[in-house]
Design a protein around this ligand. Structure first.
Ligand SMILES: NC(=O)C[C@H](N)C(=O)O
Length: 349
């Protein structure tokens, strides 16, 4: 039988965290949900019970204290099907008051995912502050193997503490993604990647042939405009596709055939076999030719800093990496400038 819990607790928890005055202050409003749930075993991923308090959520992720000072309120401790308008109004009132404090950077609401989009949209419609409001949940209980709640909470705190979170209204953080509360909806009853940004993942739609944009005008981060007015020929760049048993000789063959740069459509986040990696290293040491590591998966990013030989593609897929590298080589970018051009799509902290 379900645990009987008061639906509205509203207690300021005396979260015991050492205060570091150089860190931003973040306040957590805990309401329950799977992120605060426990099962009987680490393989139980259905039928678990809500019960962990805000202090226990923070205790599970001590790394949070390296990036923020956290305070917490226990607003309720229920499955999100039991969140009601009393709770959501209390959240709105308390969050508005909290964000009005000069020393608070942002707030977090921990919440069950089933109705999280409703509370998040409500907050997006009632909280009046440029500071970040981050709603976060989990799809696996805290006791599960590979529980997702702790990292989701860490990411939520990171965003609430970050200047990058300002002026974006309420956001939903889950499974490495940041969604707009305005447009995000729960898509799958069970899987970790349940939140889905609706059509607004697109820039806009045509409504009866009239263009409507979901967002104010904004540039893609990292876009570079090259002056090709006097260019009549582009540098040759080849794409080499990574796969099991790939032939390492392809790299030298490509350069022998005239390539001035190479893009690798890597496995995973830019990977190759160790033999191919060695061939790339030898080629790079001998010629200094730029080798960009991208991904053969249809989406994702390749982070920089994996090795000194390749240039991480960031969010550029192989075919777009090739064009960017062609343009950069054609206008005479050196290696440092090429690295910077790719890194602009994916600024490393
Ligand atoms: N993943 C979850 O959090 C589901 C849970 N039943 C809730 O919404 O409270």
């Amino acid at each position: 039988s379900p645990i009987q819990l008061p639906h509205l607790l509203v207690t300021r928890q005396d979260i015991q965290t050492p205060i570091n005055s150089s860190l931003p202050n973040v306040t957590i409003f805990a309401t329950g949900g799977t992120i605060a749930s426990q099962g009987a075993s680490n393989t139980q991923t259905t039928g678990y019970q809500v019960g962990l308090g805000v202090q226990q959520l923070v205790d599970a992720v001590p790394e949070i204290l390296n990036i923020s000072n956290v305070a917490g309120y226990q607003i309720s401790n229920v499955g999100s099907g039991s969140i009601n308008s009393t709770i959501s109004l209390t959240l709105a009132h308390m969050i508005n008051a909290e964000l009005a404090k000069d020393d608070v950077s942002g707030v977090i609401v921990t919440h069950g995912t089933d109705t999280l989009e409703e509370t998040a949209f409500f907050l997006s419609s009632t909280v009046n502050s440029p500071k970040p409001v981050i709603c976060v949940g989990a799809m696996r209980p805290a006791t599960a193997l590979s529980a997702d709640g702790p990292l989701n909470l860490f990411q939520a705190v990171t965003l609430a503490a970050s200047p990058a979170g300002r002026d974006r209204s309420t956001m939903i953080v889950l499974n490495d993604r940041i969604g707009s509360a305005f447009y995000t909806t729960k898509n799958n009853a069970n899987t970790l990647d349940t939140f889905f940004s609706t059509e607004a993942g697109q820039l806009g739609v045509f409504i009866n042939q009239v263009p409507f944009f979901f967002f104010a005008p904004a540039e893609p981060v990292g876009r570079i405009v090259f002056d090709v007015d006097s260019v009549s020929d582009l540098a040759q760049v080849d794409i080499i596709y990574s796969h099991q048993d790939m032939d390492p000789a392809l790299f030298n063959a490509s350069v022998a055939a005239g390539a001035e740069g190479i893009v690798v459509a890597g496995v995973g986040a830019g990977g190759t076999s160790s033999k191919a990696a060695l061939a790339m290293e030898e080629l790079y040491n001998a010629t200094g030719i730029p080798i960009v590591a991208s991904h053969r998966s249809s989406d994702g990013f390749v982070p920089s800093g994996e090795d000194d030989v390749t240039i991480a593609s960031g969010f550029y897929n192989p075919q777009k990496s090739r064009i960017l590298l062609q343009l950069a080589l054609t206008v005479g970018y050196d290696e440092a400038a090429i690295r910077e051009a790719f890194a602009k799509s994916y600024p490393m902290p």
